[in-house]
Design a protein around this ligand. Structure first.
Ligand SMILES: NC(=O)c1ccc[n+]([C@@H]2O[C@H](COP(=O)([O-])OP(=O)(O)OC[C@H]3O[C@@H](n4cnc5c(N)ncnc54)[C@H](O)[C@@H]3O)[C@@H](O)[C@H]2O)c1
Length: 388
């Protein structure tokens, strides 16, 4: 199997969660690669995610939008970019129900601008496009075989529809212009550096204060979770060993229900699940399950290394050691945070909405006094019952 050697890599969206782990890993392991990061620093980004890379002479951060053709063309030429790893996107499904045009602009148009810049400059030897398991739509509850890379794309929400749309453009640029494209479709990822609008960090921050954990629907939805370092390794493998024109699932066959994720977090914090978990209104559509066939990437030599128990423990340790990392994220901790992340929508009434999850003031008080076994620290950025 031929191994690809990049020289100068542009990573988009690396002030966000997954790509920061990929950038930090490549900088650490391949000091002879130049890594240029392009990120517009959206609400979910944090420059601190890139702290491990910042002292390296082969690292450069550029604040900017992938939708700016001038900027992207300029960077490709001046930095002699030969490889793009494209992660930048609007990623929160809940937000996509409220403000889906932003998803079309960033995820479809932004990808189109990058592809066109690759065509115009004619120097790209790999374009790795990062997509998601959600493009397959939901898997039947009783299915025993997961979606493989040739399965039909049947997205069910605006986020996944824009990710599928971006994939179509990537495929077309591969076919029409011979752009050397590789696409990945990944299961859910968790670990340090993730903005707390996503399920696991959100539950951790709420549990750190003994606040209720809101579960959409009845919590029976099943998700597959991979630890961020394992996923960063998967991208390292795809970069070096992936075949042009191919799609790779980044998946795990281990699945767990959302209610079980919440219970596991409660257990690690010494919280009583009966008292802390609250069932709230479901999303407009909530896929029951995303089940992937993970064999193709395994044949390239990748394997999941981190167990759920180990990964969750490390993640909790990180969030409890960095309680102020995200600043004031009270809005992101709401059961349905999308409106608060929509530009122009006022932040209002979140206290009432969180408060309404407690069935009685006495119970709310009790929640706030439950000892958080996994942490001795508290965070000023998470609302307490006393704040309300
Ligand atoms: N998080 C997951 O569980 C998961 C699973 C499978 C696939 N993915 C895919 O992986 C990629 C990264 O996901 P994540 O969870 O790390 O995302 P994230 O939301 O943590 O970070 C996204 C980053 O992209 C940047 N960005 C967004 N639009 C941009 C634009 N127009 N120009 C420049 N920068 C822009 C943001 O500022 C942010 O730093 C996404 O493409 C997502 O669809 C994520």
């Amino acid at each position: 199997m031929a191994t690809y050697e990049p020289k100068n890599i542009l990573i988009t969206g690396a002030a966000g969660f997954i790509a920061s782990h990929v950038a930090n890993r490549l900088i650490r392991s391949y000091p002879h690669y130049k890594i240029v990061v392009l990120d517009k620093i959206d609400y979910c980004s944090n420059l601190k995610n890139l702290n491990p890379s910042r002292p390296s002479p082969n690292f450069k951060f550029v604040k900017g939008d992938i939708a700016s053709a001038d900027l992207v063309n300029y960077l490709l030429i001046t930095e002699s970019i030969d490889t793009i790893m494209h992660f930048a996107a609007q990623t929160h499904v809940d937000n996509s129900f409220g403000n889906s045009f932003e998803f079309t602009k960033n995820n479809i148009y932004g990808t189109h601008v990058l592809l066109e810049a690759c065509k115009v400059t004619g120097q790209i030897r790999r374009f790795i496009h990062v997509s998601t398991d959600e493009v397959y739509g939901e898997t039947d509850e009783d299915a025993v075989v997961g979606n493989h890379e040739a399965s039909q794309l049947l997205p069910t929400n605006p986020y996944s529809a824009t990710k599928a749309g971006a994939e179509m453009l990537v495929m077309a640029y591969g076919r029409s212009y011979g752009l050397p494209v590789i696409t990945t479709r990944g299961n859910n990822v968790y670990g340090p550096n993730q903005f707390p609008e996503k399920l696991i960090p959100k539950f951790i921050l709420l549990a750190m204060k003994g606040l209720p954990l809101p579960i959409h629907g009845d919590g029976s939805n099943v998700r597959s979770y991979l630890y961020c370092e394992d996923v960063a390794e998967a991208f390292e493998v795809v970069l070096h060993k992936g075949e042009v024109g191919h799609v790779y699932n980044i998946g795990t066959v281990k699945e767990r229900r959302v209610i079980d994720v919440a219970s596991d977090i409660c257990k690690l914090f010494g919280l009583d699940t009966e008292k802390v978990i609250r069932f709230v209104e479901n999303r407009p559509f909530n896929d029951q399950r995303y089940f992937l066939d993970d064999q193709k990437l395994k044949k390239l030599g990748w394997a999941e290394r981190t167990t759920w128990e180990e990964g969750l423990k490390k993640t909790i340790e990180w969030y409890t050691s960095n309680p102020d990392y995200w600043g004031d994220v009270a809005g992101a901790l709401l059961p349905h945070p999308r409106m608060l992340m929509t530009p122009g929508v006022e932040r209002h009434n979140w206290t009432e909405e969180i408060k309404s999850l407690a069935s009685s003031p006495a119970e709310a008080k009790e929640c706030s006094t439950v000892p958080a076994a996994a942490t001795s620290k508290s965070t000023s950025s998470v609302p307490t019952w006393e704040d309300m």
